[in-house]
Design a protein around this ligand. Sequence first.
Ligand SMILES: [Zn+2]
Ligand SMILES: [Zn+2]
Length: 373
Amino acid sequence: MSSSQARANEYPIPPRMKAWVLGGPEELSLVDKPVPEPGPAEVLVRVDAIAVCATDIEILQHGVPAMIDGGLPFNRNYTPGHEYMGTVVKLGPSVDEFQIGDRIAVEVHAGCGRCQRCREGMYTSCLNYGYRAKGHRANGFTTDGGFAEYAVNSVNTMVHIPDDMSDAEATLIVTAGTAMYGLDVMGGIIAGEAVVVTGPGPIGLTGVGVAKALGAQPVILTGTRDSRLEMGRKLGADEVINITRDDPVEAVRRITGGKGVQYVLECSGAANALNEAARMVNRGGRICLAAFPHESVQVDLASIVRNNIYVFGIRGEGRSATHRAAALMAQKRFDAKLIHTHTFPLSEVPTAIRYARERIDDAIKVVVQIRQN
Ligand SMILES: [Zn+2]
Ligand SMILES: [Zn+2]
């Protein structure tokens, strides 16, 4: 018997599995469905843990964003969930990048690999988004996700994780990857530069960790709750501003000796966030919007244009940013574990989502631990 066969025997794959499916708005149910089969350049992942994301809550209410094919937004068999990690248990044809038994974390988007954006590394903005026959996958959005015992992943959406990283911490890699992508699109040259992160949610807090690990100085975090700002300090923020007590623009100006900052990573989604960010950056500064308000807002375009300010919006975690975030976490350059606050088993996904949605007990990242190791 070959060693790969021996390894495969350690991970027997049942024909059917437990999976949560979303049948309609707020209609989550736990069902029994077939374990999926990996195709070329894909593997079968045994999902060991998955984090609840604010986007999961949006999908629960409104369905996934309109797609090219697939009968979405709601389709009785669709399994949500996209921030997961697990163990490779079966290899599809031609896969040699991973071995059975490897522990991996995932990113969301496998682009088609053939459109202009994919060729530029911007596979989270694939021009064939949702077009499964062209190879596009966005697990938890256009294809089945990780609130299940097993999921199929493209080899392009996985990163190895070290043995000493816990399952829960590994689920946070994709969150940190999104923050990393935001810093990338602004230019990524941030050692010694002043950075403001607005909004201490999961992306903002990991954004503080990534910015600090990349050498930004000072890293300034704004928010409304002292407990979150305190967590930001532990993740590397040099200065924190509670905007319920302090005007954030004046505070940033004061901290930087009147100069303003080079970069703002906007993670609050507040209606006035872009206008404030535009007054925090210096001339020629850059702003990345990683969150957005649902209503349309007034923007002072004249000041943005006159001051040559660059504004970027990001979707997800392109350009392999997840790999770079995973490397920083593997090197323990910041402690993403701090934002993991609650854990539930697979049978309690609705409770896990409720904790995240209602921020019960000050929940930040709620993790569903599917396998007990
Ligand atoms: Zn997410
Ligand atoms: Zn594409």
